[in-house]
Structures are given as structure tokens and as C-alpha cells.
Design a protein around this ligand. Structure first.
Ligand SMILES: CC(C)(COP(=O)(O)OP(=O)(O)OC[C@H]1O[C@@H](n2cnc3c(N)ncnc32)[C@H](O)[C@@H]1OP(=O)(O)O)[C@@H](O)C(=O)NCCC(=O)NCCS
Ligand SMILES: [Zn+2]
Length: 225
């Protein structure tokens, strides 16, 4: 059988890479917010519904109405309006950069963004003083420029077009942006995310390994020198 017949139609759709250094219009942000909610609803994230205490449940348990841990009611993890606000806030940070892959009608099938942040701002992403100290120590051991970094914040690709190099292209584009700003790019992800494979392929250095992040043992941190 011809392999292309088995693939979803989207595999054949030509996609255009777009780089935004200013926030796009709200309807575009809405498309990205929907993509975001979809991309994180399944494994390994399972962030489809959430309770007040921050217990998440994946799309596989979509019918659940109450948390199985604390019995509190569940709500959708990434409602569109809140998610639009979050994304807008992220990409209007200093040197905020958004990269998308869009089809001819402007539908967004992939997106990723990053921004410049100080080491203090990076430390603020960790809860414990142990991790706040560790992150700076480790970066200082690997990199020369440590005052400010370019933080690759989020990246997501529609399930229908995964594994064809799109996230790799977005990451490269954000590397180039960081390089143009004379900053090292840092990326935090799960040890078992395809992003960890992409980091390896792109010769990023792992500064916090699996099990070393005591705030969240599944999390790892990379830097591109
Ligand atoms: C992570 C994600 C953005 C990757 O997008 P993508 O366009 O499919 O990525 P690419 O095609 O550029 O590269 C994927 C790489 O990961 C590998 N990979 C694919 N699935 C994997 C998995 N489940 N575990 C580990 N590696 C995997 C691929 O083999 C490929 O590596 P290779 O080039 O050495 O073969 C996409 O899977 C996604 O949106 N996931 C949900 C959201 C998410 O996890 N975002 C990242 C948060 S930091
Ligand atoms: Zn709960």
C-alpha cells in the first residue's frame, strides 16, 4: 500500500513558518491557545482538567467531574480566554519571540515562544531555595554569560503533524534569535518529552538531569552555548 495514503491529510498540507516579534491579533492568539490546550491534554502531560489544588487529569479521563485525590470539582485546564492572556503576557516580555507554522488559511498547527530573562527571573520559576541556588550554580559552571538568558518557554505541535521536524525548526529559529541577542538559550522540559531528544540532537548541554530537580524530579534543564 502507498504509505502516503495511510497518513492523515494534514501531513500533506504545506505549512509556512512565521516569526512574530510583536503580539499577533487576538484571533491568532485564540488559535494558539486552542492548540496549546490540545497539545498538553494527552501524555506525557495529561493536563486536560484541573482542580483548585492543581491536580491534573488527562483527556483520557475527560468525563471526570471531581478530583480523585481531593474531591474538589474539576475545570478545563486551559480555557481559551485565560490561555490567550497567558500567551500574550509571555510574548510581550523583553525580546519576546513567537514562531508558528500556519496553513494557507492562517490556522496554527505549531507554535513556540521564548523571551529574555534575568537569572533572578529564571530562579523565580523554581519553588525551593535549594533549586534556586542549584540552577544558577549549574548555569555558571557551563556558560560564561549568566546575567541574562533567553528562555524557551513553550513549544507545541498539533498531533497530526508531529515527527516531521517542525519543533526542531522552531527551536532552531529561537536559537538564532538568542544568538542575535548574544544570549544563551535555556529550555526546561520533562526528561521523557521529545524536546529532550531535540535538545540532544542540537547539542544542548543538560545542566539539571533527571532526578536532580527536587521541586519536580521529572524535570530537566538544558542550555545552548
Ligand atoms: C514535543 C513536540 C513539540 C515535538 O514536536 P515535533 O514537531 O513532533 O518534533 P520533531 O519532529 O522536531 O522532533 C521530535 C524528536 O523527538 C523524538 N520523539 C518523538 N516522540 C517521542 C517520545 N514519545 N519520546 C521521546 N522522543 C520522541 C523523534 O524521534 C524526534 O527525534 P529524532 O529527530 O532524533 O528522530 C510535540 O510532541 C508536542 O507538541 N508535544 C506536546 C507538548 C509538549 O510536550 N511540548 C514541549 C514541552 S517542553
Ligand atoms: Zn485535587
Amino acid at each position: 500500500m502507498n504509505e502516503s495514503i495511510q497518513k492523515p491529510m494534514l501531513q500533506q498540507v504545506p505549512l509556512q513558518q512565521v516569526c512574530y516579534t510583536q503580539s499577533p491579533k487576538n484571533d491568532k492568539l485564540g488559535k494558539i491557545a486552542r492548540l496549546y490546550a490540545n497539545a498538553f491534554a494527552d501524555l506525557p502531560w495529561n493536563e486536560y482538567k484541573v482542580c483548585q489544588q492543581g491536580h491534573y487529569f488527562g483527556r483520557q479521563q475527560a468525563e471526570l467531574t471531581n478530583c480523585t485525590t481531593c474531591s474538589q470539582p474539576l475545570k478545563i485546564a486551559y480555557p481559551e480566554e485565560e490561555t490567550v492572556d497567558y500567551i500574550a503576557k509571555e510574548i510581550t516580555k523583553p525580546e519576546g519571540t513567537l514562531v508558528t507554522f500556519e496553513d494557507e488559511s492562517g490556522e496554527v498547527l505549531a507554535a513556540g515562544w521564548g523571551y529574555a530573562c534575568t537569572t533572578e527571573e529564571l530562579q523565580a520559576k523554581y519553588n525551593s531555595s535549594e533549586m534556586k541556588g542549584k540552577v544558577v550554580d549549574r548555569i555558571k559552571k557551563t556558560a560564561e554569560k549568566t546575567q541574562r538568558v533567553f528562555y524557551l518557554s513553550e513549544i507545541m505541535v498539533d498531533a497530526a503533524v508531529r515527527n516531521r521536524g517542525i519543533a526542531t525548526k522552531i527551536t532552531k529559529c529561537l536559537f538564532e534569535r538568542a544568538q542575535a541577542l548574544d544570549l544563551n538559550l535555556v529550555m526546561r522540559t520533562r526528561y521523557d518529552s521529545p524536546m529532550a531528544q531535540i535538545a540532544k540532537n542540537m547539542q544542548m548541554s543538560q545542566v539539571i538531569g533527571w532526578g536532580e530537580d527536587t521541586d519536580n524530579t521529572n524535570r530537566v534543564l538544558y542550555i545552548k552555548i
